[in-house]
Design a protein around this ligand. Structure first.
Ligand code: SF4
Length: 482
């Protein structure tokens, strides 16, 4: 393992001797007093060589990605083209945060087809209003809005900020902000995205530092931590091609200088790479020792019970075919995880509890929020525990229990009579549900429901199947009215 504190000073793989606290303190004070640590920066000669090698390598090796429009001569590109490029960079960079390139490509293409410019996006809404009347796939496509187009990408706040940002820029009427400082005033645009847009679309000479860049710089300078990464990145930015230089660093980190299997033998900057040089002299040191791995934050374990409520018979009397059913969806709070998105009703559990307790909590929720009360206003046709799965968020490991609860005889005006609506809700039919953009977690739940129904159909008469399930669930049915 590399030493954890500034190994590059001695350019040796050996761990530094332990220092007394006092000595460390004095060194730190001394470091703070030093305006610039020359040893941390690239020499002018190295800077020129690295820039030239990276740009040449990038010109010949960059991946052909839909958001990478060839950089035109900045003097020839008009304002409209620059703004279009800026918009494309913005959308792609936001989508790429925490998401793999291969996943983003389809989302990006669909998004740009629907909203090719900032002006188009500014006209959009956060979510679609789907009525329950049957619609063609094309109809649904035209009605899809930001949340639906983002569905499955996760981190939905990013989509909301994109929309808010587009509306703000258009409302202000001053064109696309073209510097880091003006871009930073747009909701959701941080240093990284601002640097990417400003350098790639508007040729501002500013660095862009993401995880890939940090890793490449740390290895180039054999730095265990990354204390001066912005300075190093700023040093390398090419004054004529800042966007391309930034992208070349990111591209090198993504494709050659990868976290665990760097391909040093085909690296364009291996001659200037300190980690590579050290590793050649000392077998015990690997380039992957740089930078020191940061311990991941431990995931929280959480539990939830999802209840897919299906109501037989349509509530909308204007729909002729009343044989179908509808599913109840509720909207999550505007803040926090998956803010403002639609999902099946669910309750959070304090710990991993058994089915009886889960149902008790679910029943309480349905009765309190929706007055769903089988003894008074509806009948339970089927109630079945259909499985569980684990959904991983960046910092949460959520175990989700899923059950299907089918009602009939719900009075048409039951929901409309809800006086103090505390949770936004809507009922959609299975057609709408299939085409609606759902989060991957909700999609998983719905797939489980569909699989369950298909199994019921294939293992015998559906009526018989449902009847036997009704009998089996009768012991728990009464709990909904408690
Ligand atoms: S030589 Fe190896 S470690 Fe150094 S920058 Fe290139 S790929 Fe990364």
């Amino acid at each position: 393992m590399p030493p954890t504190k500034r190994p590059k000073r001695k350019r040796t793989a050996a761990a530094p001797p332990k220092k007394s606290k006092q000595l460390i303190k004095e060194e730190e004070e001394e470091e703070e007093a030093t305006p610039e640590d020359i040893e941390d920066l690239f020499s002018d000669n190295d800077t020129q060589k690295i820039r030239a090698s990276l740009l040449d390598w990038y010109d010949h090796n960059r991946r052909d990605l839909p958001w990478r429009m060839a950089a035109p001569d900045p003097l020839e590109e008009n304002g409209e083209e620059k703004e279009k490029r800026a918009y494309g960079v913005w959308v792609s960079e936001v989508m790429l945060q925490q998401t793999r390139v291969q996943t983003v490509i389809d989302y990006y293409n669909r998004w740009m087809l629907k909203w090719p410019t900032l002006q188009h996006l500014a006209q959009a809404s956060l979510e679609v209003f789907l009525n329950t009347n049957p619609m063609s796939v094309l109809d649904v496509w035209f009605r899809l809005e930001v949340n639906e187009m983002w569905a499955g990408l996760g981190y939905y706040r990013r989509a909301r900020f994109l929309l808010e940002g587009a509306k703000k820029i258009i409302a202000e009427g001053e064109g696309f902000p073209n510097t880091v400082s003006s871009l930073r005033k747009v909701p959701g645009i941080g240093d990284y995205t601002a640097g990417a847009i400003a350098s790639i679309a508007f040729n501002e000479v500013v660095p862009v530092v993401d995880g890939n860049v940090v890793r490449v710089l740390a290895r180039l300078k054999a730095i265990s931590a990354n204390p001066k990464d912005r300075k190093l990145a700023a040093q390398l930015v090419d004054p004529c091609r800042p966007g391309d230089l930034n992208q070349s660093l990111m591209e090198l980190g993504a494709t050659v200088c990868t976290p665990s299997t760097p391909n040093c033998s085909s690296c364009p900057v291996s001659s200037q790479c300190s980690a590579f040089s050290i590793s050649k002299k000392d077998e015990s040191v690997l380039v992957t020792h740089y930078p020191t791995k940061v311990e991941k934050v431990k995931q929280r374990h959480e539990f939830s019970a999802v209840c897919v409520v299906e109501i037989l018979g349509r509530r909308d009397p204007s729909v002729k075919d009343q044989s179908g059913s509808e599913f109840l969806l509720v909207r999550r709070p505007d803040e926090g995880l998956l803010a403002g998105l639609w999902e099946f009703p669910s309750v959070m559990l304090e710990k991993d509890v058994d089915l009886t307790i889960r149902r008790k909590k679910t029943d309480h929720f349905l009765k309190k929020e929706f007055r769903l009360d089988p003894q008074r206003n509806c009948t339970v046709v089927l109630r079945e525990d259909i499985g569980e799965f684990v959904h991983i968020f960046s910092h949460i490991r959520l175990k989700v229990y899923v059950e299907l609860l089918v009602f009939k005889g719900v009075a048409r005006d039951l929901f409309s009579k809800l006086e103090q609506e505390t949770i936004p809700w809507k009922c959609v039919d299975s057609n709408a549900l299939s085409t609606l953009g759902l989060t991957s977690g909700v999609r998983k739940v719905y797939t489980m429901v569909q699989n369950f129904k298909q199994n019921a159909m294939s293992t015998g008469s559906p009526r018989k199947q449902l009847k036997s399930k009704r009998q089996r669930s009768s012991s728990t049915r009464s709990s909904i009215v408690n």
